[in-house]
Design a protein around this ligand. Structure first.
Ligand SMILES: NC(=O)c1ccc[n+]([C@@H]2O[C@H](COP(=O)([O-])OP(=O)(O)OC[C@H]3O[C@@H](n4cnc5c(N)ncnc54)[C@H](OP(=O)(O)O)[C@@H]3O)[C@@H](O)[C@H]2O)c1
Length: 278
């Protein structure tokens, strides 16, 4: 049965933007497949797409949205500026290029992809983001992979507080410190690799909970994120999984199941360490 989009939970960000709590991530979605995938996702009920300059598919994401038959304003589009385009001299052109590739008039959310502390240009980059926010070409600005130490410096500028911080987050890497810092500053936490890129297929705890609800392990993990209040952007290129991943608003994990999943945290990240990368 297709997903009933009235079930989708909406989150209000600190800048007033209202966004669907669950969207589609398109990292590693090939250009040749992206237009059809976006069409299929929107037909399934997805109203939020997460791309990036790095992913090489902004143009196809924009085309898929334009051809979807759904009004532009109903789709929330996030993109990200890559590390080698940070700083006052590079970032304006990088934003213009993303806007042009997407060709959707404006972007809903623009993120600094990584803080890159060695090059240390993220404060300048943020100020360029603020210029674009004022222009209206960008409706919301945020960050990705920022640790509290990076956010503290950004907040100390005294300007715009990021609307969200997109970080690696899944049952074995739950990021309690980052989540608490974000929450204390009104910054929404968004999970990348929310499914841990498929690494939980054999997990016994998640399998037991999934049997209790007659849901898949992926659905249990996504439900756990939703109940934590996290924004999620699971990626799939499989039409059946598109439906599976969004069909997570019709059941609820108990407190003890949430606690069992909390116990799966090992603190071991699978991706790069933002303090060391760039
Ligand atoms: N900001 C950053 O630095 C950053 C880094 C990484 C990712 N991201 C964003 O986060 C999004 C999601 O992260 P991710 O793509 O790395 O990992 P993910 O969403 O945790 O996992 C995707 C993997 O899980 C599989 N999968 C999806 N649904 C499934 C299901 N229901 N059952 C079993 N397997 C399933 C997918 O395969 P199939 O496609 O074959 O279904 C794919 O191999 C990305 O697409 C990107 O938008 C951001």
């Amino acid at each position: 049965m297709p997903f009933d989009i009235s079930q989708m939970n909406q989150i209000t960000l600190n800048n007033g933007q209202v966004i669907p709590q669950l969207g589609l991530g398109v990292y590693k979605v090939a250009q040749a497949a992206a237009v059809d995938l976006i069409g299929e996702a929107i037909a399934t009920g997805y109203r939020r797409i997460d791309t990036a300059a790095l992913y090489g598919n902004e143009q196809e994401v924009g085309q898929g949205i334009r051809e979807s038959g759904i009004a532009r304003e109903e789709i929330f589009v996030t993109t990200k500026i890559w590390n080698d385009r940070q700083g006052r001299s590079e970032t304006p052109a990088a934003i213009e290029e993303s806007l042009e590739r997407l060709n959707l008039g404006y972007v809903d959310m623009l993120l600094i992809h990584w803080p890159c502390p060695t090059q240390d240009l993220f404060l300048e980059t943020w100020q360029v983001f603020e210029d674009y926010l004022r222009s209206g070409l960008v409706r919301g600005i945020g960050v990705s992979n920022f640790q509290p130490s990076h956010l503290e410096r950004l907040i100390a500028l005294g300007g715009t507080i990021p609307a969200l911080n997109q970080v690696e987050l899944h049952p074995s890497f739950q990021q309690p410190t980052v989540r608490t810092f974000n929450a204390n500053h009104g910054i929404a936490t968004e999970a990348w690799a929310p499914l841990g890129r498929g690494r939980y297929a054999e997990d016994q705890t998640l399998a037991k909970i999934s049997r209790a609800h007659n849901k898949s392990v992926a659905q249990v993990i996504l439900r756990w994120h939703l109940q934590l209040g996290t924004l999620v952007i699971p990626k799939t290129t499989n039409p059946e999984r598109l439906v599976e991943n969004i069909s997570v608003f019709d059941f609820e994990l108990t407190e003890s199941e949430m606690a069992e999943i909390a116990n799966l945290n090992t603190g071991a990240r699978t991706g790069l360490n933002p303090d060391e990368f760039g």
